[in-house]
Design a binder for this molecule. Sequence first.
Ligand SMILES: [Zn+2]
Length: 309
Amino acid sequence: MRSDALLPNGVQVLERGWLSSNNIVLTGGDEGPALVDSGYYLHSAQTVALVDQALQGQALRFLLNTHLHSDHCGGNAALQAAYPGLHTSIAPGQAAAVRNWCPQTLSYTPTGQHCPPFTYDSLLAPGQERRLGLQTWQIHAAPGHDTHAVLLFEPVHRVLISADALWENGFGVVFPELDGQDAFDSVAATLDLIDALQPAVVIPGHGKVFSDVPQALARARKRLDYFVQQPARHRNYAGKVLLKFRLLELQQVPSADLLDWACATPYLQALWQRFHADQPLQAYVLDLLEQLVQAGAAARQGALLVNQD
Ligand SMILES: [Zn+2]
């Protein structure tokens, strides 16, 4: 599925789902085609096929990641294998963790997610610009959802690649908060930055391209305010997101297996230990699962839990 009606020449969005981030294909420039973000590893064969189709026989030359969550760079290894000589750029904050491949620092161990190891060639330093396809894109730091994330902004057509800092309806879990770091202020500052850039069109990390940016910013700020007022709501949301991601990955799973996975997943263990230790870990996880069922995000079929979109 593509949603390029609002976009300038040479910018194509491969709209994916929630397990895999959107992929942005940038073509037409002298330097060769570029891709921003590569989806989750489970979909990497599909990602390579979609990119191949979008490039119509050209080889992908550049790969960039807005941040290194598993759903944004899980296809990096497959793309690097498919396109020899592919030049990969990441934000500077986690360069050492990629060089030494540290799944703990890169969040894959804490979230119970997976990302095949990949390498990088250069850094996306905030304040610099990169020529990608037919446009020149500014690199901006975008901490909040992820401390090391960057945004890409093209000032002529005012197109923003926002990743998980701004969606049409909200923004991604504020992961540093789960590590006990105050990051809601960073989310607010990044929303202010987006406001100041005055984008006409936003390509989010998930969901369709949108142009009613003031409305999206208003919704995001309201949601942030709700979390700031009641941080327990954010932690509850984060717990559910981790479980839902696993369910998206497996599609259906014996409830007991999902419970075992959750009880062995460090972020869920930590949330339980810090805020819910008055009840057993299993009871805490079962309550989150029940909330997903009540919300229609999962359904019970006998001993199975089944993903519901
Ligand atoms: Zn993310």
